[in-house]
Design a protein around this ligand. Structure first.
Ligand code: GDP
Length: 140
């Protein structure tokens, strides 16, 4: 099995409810290691760049407004098959469809305010990590 890194965001709905530690506990319990982490307010530009792939979707405006509405915690997670492992732990985008025990099932408020982001593939993980962290910010 390959050791990978993935990019995670604890979204504003979760930081507003003081759930950073609870989400991190689920991440660590799943065997993933938090190798970089910072709490930031992202700018509109950063949010639009980050979600550029969704620019044509009807929820794009709402998504950007949500992501800049409060602090987020950006993270790099490391572990065996970290990208797929974290997607499994997050659960489906819509919490109503998410499996029991997943972060979104436990914490998400709605399909938009769904508590966490995780990269969906190796190339996006690399790009997303580089948007927020320099190489020497990440300590495995
Ligand atoms: P993810 O990979 O599971 O995060 O899902 P997507 O890449 O499809 O969507 C990115 C993010 O856009 C989701 O995590 C949600 O925050 C948001 N989103 C997706 N679908 C909807 C929707 O139908 N309505 C709203 N308001 N937000 C959505």
């Amino acid at each position: 099995m390959a050791i990978e890194r993935t990019f995670s965001i604890i979204k504003p709905d979760a930081t507003a409810r003081n759930l950073t530690g609870a989400v991190n506990a689920m991440i660590e319990r799943a065997g993933l290691r938090i190798v970089a982490q910072k709490r930031v307010l992202i700018s509109r530009d950063q949010a639009e760049t980050f979600y550029a792939v969704h620019r044509q979707r009807p929820f794009f405006r709402e998504l950007v407004e949500f992501m800049i509405s409060g602090p987020v915690v950006v993270q790099v997670l490391e572990g065996e098959n970290a990208i797929a492992a974290y997607r499994d732990l997050m659960g489906a985008t819509d919490p109503a469809q998410a499996a029991p025990g997943t972060i979104r099932k436990v914490f998400a408020k709605s399909i938009g305010e769904n508590s966490v982001h995780g990269s969906d593939a190796a190339d996006t993980a690399g790009r997303e990590i580089a948007q927020f962290f320099a190489g020497n910010d990440i300590v495995g």
